[in-house]
Design a protein around this ligand. Sequence first.
Ligand SMILES: Cc1cc2nc3c(=O)[nH]c(=O)nc-3n(C[C@H](O)[C@H](O)[C@H](O)COP(=O)(O)O)c2cc1C
Length: 141
Amino acid sequence: MLVRLMYASRAVPAVDQDRLLAILRQSKAHNPTLGITGVLCFSEGIFLQVLEGGRSAVNRLYNRIVADPCHTDVELLCYEEIGERRFAGWSMGQVSMARLNPALLLKYSERPVLDPYAVSGAVSMALFDELIATASIVGQP
Ligand SMILES: Cc1cc2nc3c(=O)[nH]c(=O)nc-3n(C[C@H](O)[C@H](O)[C@H](O)COP(=O)(O)O)c2cc1C
């Protein structure tokens, strides 16, 4: 049984580019064994992550991530049972903010910034769908 989970969180001030790369490294090391795929977006101190995989594996990983001191205010935005994955190609893809067109952010929000706390889970998921369609996700499977 597959599920998809999406959450947002605020990075603690100590999170810099090196820490972000370490998180992506950990994800790429662990997730394939767990059968988990997904995407991580980091912009202006806000994380937005989608995890897909077996229900138990996703729930266990989410609980571990929530306890990570690198972030606070972890807010569950979406949890659904799914028939198929959307991010099967990425053990943990990274949204390239450099490739992100501000017009895409404006399409879904009041200002051209990533603020998942201000929009519905459905809107954040729609944004992720467009990121895939516009090849804004980088990182090997
Ligand atoms: C925003 C965020 C996303 C994370 N995503 C993942 C992930 O997808 N997979 C993973 O194994 N760890 C992820 N982590 C790291 C875990 O919270 C945890 O630190 C790590 O799995 C522990 O790895 P270790 O046992 O090798 O030290 C994430 C952490 C943060 C802050």
